[in-house]
Design a protein around this ligand. Structure first.
Ligand SMILES: [Zn+2]
Length: 48
């Protein structure tokens, strides 16, 4: 079973759920801006 992680874009706060953060953010088009966050932080960001 794959252990997926949460990543957040440092620029636009987009949340990605998967094995790796996207190289380029699909929302703000910036490169290498995703940082790994824990599930609790992801839930907090998504609730806003
Ligand atoms: Zn972004």
């Amino acid at each position: 079973m794959a252990d997926k992680k949460f990543f957040r874009c440092n620029v636009c706060n987009d949340i990605h759920h998967g094995m790796n953060g996207p190289e380029i953010c699909p929302t703000c088009q910036n490169k290498n801006v995703y940082v790994e966050i824990d599930k609790e932080e992801a839930v907090k960001v998504m609730e806003i």
